[in-house]
Design a protein around this ligand. Sequence first.
Ligand code: HEC
Ligand code: HEC
Length: 465
Amino acid sequence: MGIIGKDLMPQTHINVTWFPAALLMALATLSGCGRVEWNDDLEYPDRTSSIVVLDKPPDQAPPGFPLPGRPAVVPEWLTARGVTLLNPASMSEKPWSDNWKNALHEELISHFATPGKPRLGAPDAPALTVLANELGLTESKLAEGARLYRRLCVQCHGMSGDGVGASSAWLSPAPRDLRTGDFKFISTAEHKLPSGFQPLKARPRHEDLVRSLRSGLEGTSMPSFALLGDESLEAIAAYVLHLSIRGELEFTVMNGALRQDRETLQLVTKSPEQEELIRYKRLLSTTLEWEDPEADVDDFVAKQSSPSIKAYAEKYIDRVLREYIAANKNPLPVPAYPYPENQPVPATSLTAGHTLFKAQCVNCHADYGRQSDLRFDIWGSVVRPANLTQSQYKGGRRPVDLYYRIARGIPPCAMPKANLGDTDPGRAGWDLVNFLQALPHPDQLPSDVRDQVYGPSRIKLGANP
Ligand code: HEC
Ligand code: HEC
């Protein structure tokens, strides 16, 4: 090393020390991985974003995806299509609904506590804690899940799971609002609760959540967290349920207080002074399990001096926890693959799959998804029925993942489950899977199917589509 080198040494030394430190600090700030912990007393923010009431998506398509920097849900697009948006702030306008708002806040704190010290089940509701533990939502697991969520998820999904973390407005599709209890990629068989009632929503199995975390959602910004290992993924999945159940209760009570459906409005117009009781009874009867809604709801109401959000919250959480437990026990049965394994797929299977596809799927996946019209999903955000000539699947690319999508549908996007007929539904399901897997690869399709999908003029045979 010459004189020049010697002269430069001190400076080089400083650079070498500071550069990585500065880089680490910048990275920590950018990715939110600083050692900043949330204070135990910090509360989840109450919902202020609109309640989108979309029991059924509107007929008219959205005009496009929201522009970058805009929120995922564009209120004007929805109201122009007759969708009702309810504003949580208007709960403060009437004394009774202001009481509900405060009572709801109390219940959310007592059952879910805070992001720094989450739990599921209030100390005075031990039966809920027992159910939560059965589901694996123990306090220690939730604490670990919350810690990881803060580091890895909050920038997209937000502290309360509202889907509007700091980077969300620049991502398309937008990060999920986890607060409605709806999930897309599920493998749960349709089933009933032991009481005989249907679940309120199509619930995912625990494994479905872990799969989404482990593999990420291909083609979206949601990355794979496979490096974390199983125990951490389990903890995060538990925390996702904590956020989701909390958000679902909040959504449901606010919706009950503000809903504008015809039947509620008729009753309220007839006896406006009874509004609170009318809405409370409707909330109970539409979400809880009653053999005889009228009689049982009256009985429940009679046991309290006035409508009690506390009593309702306990019942609701109890039901939702039991639904998740039941979902875990009810995987969708996957029929055996009906063709010889490790051999090329028979052309008859591809042709049969193509026929089913033309009959049931092209109305949404137009031109095999290349020209799909945009749609609204249950959250009021915009979704495009997948372009199935591209081999890209959010919910996983294993044949069994495709089977689940077909046999269960994607409920929050109103994608129905396929009608696989009575003769041999197992075979029909696998025919569709085989067809979907071959669809992006023209050379794998029988020539008549290939002509219909790609047409001689669309591509030169043998070239990539
Ligand atoms: C860079 C942004 C980003 C990060 C970081 C991220 N997600 Fe997501 N997440 C998304 C997007 C986008 C979607 C929705 C994709 C869609 O529906 O098209 C999503 C969807 C989900 C879903 C819904 C799956 C389903 O079946 O419907 C869950 C659950 C979820 N994310 C949990 C997490 C958790 C937990 C973490 C942290 C470990 C995380 N995400 C980190 C962007 C992100
Ligand atoms: C009512 C409209 C509708 C119908 C009918 C429909 N789909 Fe879909 N499908 C969608 C939408 C919307 C998505 C996009 C979901 C997303 O990106 O979040 C989708 C996505 C998919 C995906 C991609 C899943 C993934 O993991 O990314 C597959 C595969 C699929 N559909 C297959 C089918 C098949 C096969 C049929 C017919 C049996 C069908 N769909 C019928 C609306 C529909």
